[in-house]
Design a binder for this molecule. Structure first.
Ligand code: FAD
Length: 169
């Protein structure tokens, strides 16, 4: 009987190709939000005491910058884990108006050593921090709502580099 070219049966020739296919890459998700009236930096530290071990269990890394009542956060990890966490975070009443800034597939994590690095811009904005913000965004006040995706991403990457340098001093 002649072979039906439209057969749904998987050709054995495809098996090595499918086996070699890349797994789904990790993603980096960046969003910003506005703190609710009761959320202070102290409350944020409490949130992070809870969040950091949980992120560790889920293989999530990232950075969270808080300043002038705004949050800018990057979450890195497996696509499903990051999506699930973002849903939980967006529903949290301790902040509001979560807006996605960027979601990208990544080959390499930018914040691999931090289950969630927290930077308090209101108290930690040294001259070097201010220079970084000016260089990356042109602004003098930390306001992620005005940052396009590429700017927000570069700012968080450079902020991480600065925090590493400061920690090493
Ligand atoms: P539950 O613990 O069931 O809580 C449900 C809701 O109750 C929360 O959404 C919140 O609105 C409220 N709630 C819970 N605890 C308190 C409290 N102590 N005081 C007041 N209200 C409360 N979680 C992470 O795991 N990883 C993160 O990186 C992370 N980043 C965050 C960044 C920001 C800016 C904020 C505001 C929260 C963040 N969280 C993070 C916390 C996250 O929003 C969830 O609260 C947490 O993941 C628990 O999720 P859950 O569905 O189990 O919520």
């Amino acid at each position: 009987m002649p072979r039906n070219p439209r057969s749904n049966r998987r050709s054995p020739d495809l098996a090595p190709l499918l086996a070699a296919a890349d797994p789904v890459p990790d993603i980096r998700l960046i969003y910003f939000s506005t703190a609710s009236a009761v959320t202070s930096y102290g409350a944020l530290v409490e949130i992070m005491d809870f969040a950091q071990p949980r992120n560790g269990e889920r293989g999530i890394t990232g950075i969270l910058c808080y300043g002038s009542g705004r949050f800018l956060q990057a979450l890195e990890g497996e696509r499903g884990a990051v999506s699930d966490l973002y849903r939980r975070i967006a529903a949290d009443t301790r902040h509001r108006d979560c807006q996605l800034v960027d979601v990208s597939e990544i080959d390499v994590r930018a914040f691999p050593e931090w289950t969630m690095k927290v930077v308090n811009w209101d108290s930690g904005d040294s001259a070097r921090h201010r220079a970084l913000l000016r260089a990356d965004t042109g602004a003098v006040v930390f306001d992620p709502s005005t940052m396009p995706a590429a700017q927000a991403s570069a700012f968080l990457l450079h902020l991480a580099e600065l925090e590493r340098e400061l920690a090493a001093d």
